[in-house]
Design a protein around this ligand. Structure first.
Ligand code: SF4
Ligand code: SF4
Length: 73
């Protein structure tokens, strides 16, 4: 997804973020995560949802579109 399209969408806090099987273990997301709540387990990144602040930095940092987000109801 392009940065322009991302910019038109709702604030990052309106979404939950999870890592998909598309993860390539590049670790770019973990480097950008302010609360350091991304670890690497079972061949891919994993987000600790109890610590995630929904900032969206990992989603923006992932060049493989491996992070899925779902709008919070
Ligand atoms: S930035 Fe994307 S591909 Fe890289 S480790 Fe994170 S989720 Fe995986
Ligand atoms: S949304 Fe922000 S706090 Fe949550 S895992 Fe991604 S970078 Fe970390």
């Amino acid at each position: 997804m392009s940065q322009a399209v991302k910019a038109q969408q709702k604030p990052s806090q309106n979404y939950t973020y999870t890592v998909s099987m598309r993860c390539q273990l590049c670790r770019a997301c973990a480097c950008k995560c302010p609360p350091f709540c991304i670890s690497f387990v079972g061949g891919r990144a994993v987000i600790d949802q109890s610590k995630c602040t929904h900032c969206g930095a990992c989603y923006d940092a992932c060049k493989f579109n491996a992070i899925d987000r779902e709008e919070i109801a």
